[in-house]
Ligand binder design. Sequence first.
Ligand code: 4F9
Length: 225
Amino acid sequence: MRIDILTLFPGMFPPVLDASILGRAQANNILEVHCFDLRDWTHDFHRTVDDEPYGGGPGMVMLVEPLANAIEDIQARDPRPAHTIFFTPAGTPLKQARAHELSEEFERLLLVCGHYEGIDERAYEWADEEISIGDYVLTGGELPALVLIDAVARLLPGVLGHEESAVDESFVEGLLEYPQYTRPAEFRGMVVPDVLLSGHHANIAAWRKAKAQERTRSRRPDLLD
Ligand code: 4F9
């Protein structure tokens, strides 16, 4: 998958994307990331990307012209059409199911990271989809873009090893993960549940399922609806 990122802060991406599993995915040519600086599509001395809102009010609004020109130029850099995603608190909340769909349906994504108080509404004409990663306000769309890349890229075939990919199964069932333990069997008086030390695989599976259900019911009842 090719992912293009349009941002005012291209330096935020490589430190995260070059580490760990996503770094390995890029080295293995499963994931290809290109970052673009929106200021490269400005023409004035100050490389202006925002202006005051029509109608007044606090904050600045991102200009439609550099956004539209940048998106069209970036689109043309590869013959594959990019599915263009804008990040905004007003977008559709991101869910695991959508991450799966994005990883399967598109060979190329273009992620547009807004800043300031918002984006000129006319720029959304260039969006195929608007996504929120949660009900809180951030300083910009960069962290949401990184969250989406992580959630989508780990689902691409070959990105996770067999050991790592098993971790996905529990969430796919729509429940929270059951509690996990590793050595030592006792730490400062806190013990690992006996059943996990029993070697009885059917009992262990039943215990984990019950714990996952119990935890989901108490912490995230919305997931059971
Ligand atoms: C985007 C917050 C997506 C949550 C973008 C300020 C944002 C956001 N999900 N906040 N700019």
